[in-house]
Design a protein around this ligand. Structure first.
Ligand SMILES: [Zn+2]
Length: 156
């Protein structure tokens, strides 16, 4: 046995286990910290007074010190890859189902599908960011230690 291999008795647990993926997915569904699953990523609904508060995550998790938004633009891919694709995909699926099983004319169908999309995108924005955090933590968990404690966010 080569020296650099772990002993066979130790469990092989890496970041790419189905167990980890399921745990991170559940935490994202509940809008919780992907690392500990205890603390929320966003301010509670009753404390939201503006669209900015709705869309902006808290600084980080006070328990595990995981920083939610590590750099400006961190959630850009969350918006495109998770939010827009999910909302657009849902609209395409709805269009397919409506076109297959109903006789709604094209213009009312477009109105029916396109008008709710911006609202659906806003409603799904928090979960898109939570899924992005979970995905990022799943594929790259080793760089999650925050160099600064949450709450000490400085913007240049
Ligand atoms: Zn945490």
């Amino acid at each position: 046995m080569p020296e650099d291999e772990p002993p066979a008795a130790l469990p092989v647990r890496g970041p790419f286990t189905a167990e980890n993926a399921a745990a991170y997915f559940r935490r994202a569904l509940r809008l919780r910290c992907p690392v500990c699953g205890e603390h929320p990523i966003f301010a509670p609904l009753r404390g939201v007074r503006s669209l900015g508060q709705w869309l902006t995550p808290l600084d980080g998790c006070p328990r595990c010190r995981y920083r939610y938004e590590r750099e400006p633009g961190y959630f850009l891919l969350a918006t495109w890859a998770f939010n827009y694709v999910a909302v657009g995909g849902a609209a395409l699926l709805a269009w397919f189902l409506l076109a297959t099983f109903t006789a709604i004319p094209l213009v009312p169908m477009l109105f029916l599908l396109l008008v709710p999309m911006p609202l659906a995108s806003l409603l799904f924005a928090r979960h898109a960011k939570a899924f992005w955090l979970a995905f990022d933590h799943f594929v790259d968990p080793k760089r999650k230690k925050s160099p600064r404690p949450p709450g000490s966010r400085t913007r240049a």
